[in-house]
Design a protein around this ligand. Structure first.
Ligand code: TYC
Length: 121
């Protein structure tokens, strides 16, 4: 049985061949090992500054949706306030999308213009 692992994301497609262990594998067999899709991209969730959302509310959002400590959340909130935007965390697509939706929905329900977006890394 031929099992050629080109990298950890490769898959064996054929059982053809009966090389012994350590035996060189022919090009014919190597071509049967097709790499699977690349690792999915990561996204950063970014909070945008505005003139109206209370600072305390932003700190609460960072604590509850992004698991930041009070101290860390305060630093991030102030960085956003000064720089216009700031990174809250990095996630895979589905998780980043969910965070953005949850934050924007929460802000809307509480009548704040706070907005989260996601950016592919
Ligand atoms: N700029 C806001 C204020 O002065 C505070 C704020 C910080 C708003 C971060 C949004 O993502 C934000 N009240």
């Amino acid at each position: 049985m031929v099992f050629t692992q080109v990298d950890k994301f490769s898959t064996k497609l054929s059982d053809k061949g009966d090389e012994k262990e350590g035996e060189q594998i022919s090009h014919e067999n190597v071509s049967e090992v097709i790499p699977e899709l690349k690792e999915p991209p990561m996204y950063q969730v970014v909070l945008l500054n505005d003139d109206y959302t209370p600072m305390d509310y932003v700190v609460e959002i960072l604590e509850s949706f992004f698991s930041k400590s009070r101290e860390e959340a305060t630093k991030i909130m102030l960085a956003i306030h000064h720089d216009g935007k700031g990174i809250c965390g990095q996630y895979r697509n589905e998780i980043a999308e969910m965070k953005v939706l949850q934050v924007n929905q929460h802000a809307k329900l509480n009548d704040h213009p706070l907005m989260a977006i996601m950016e592919q890394l």
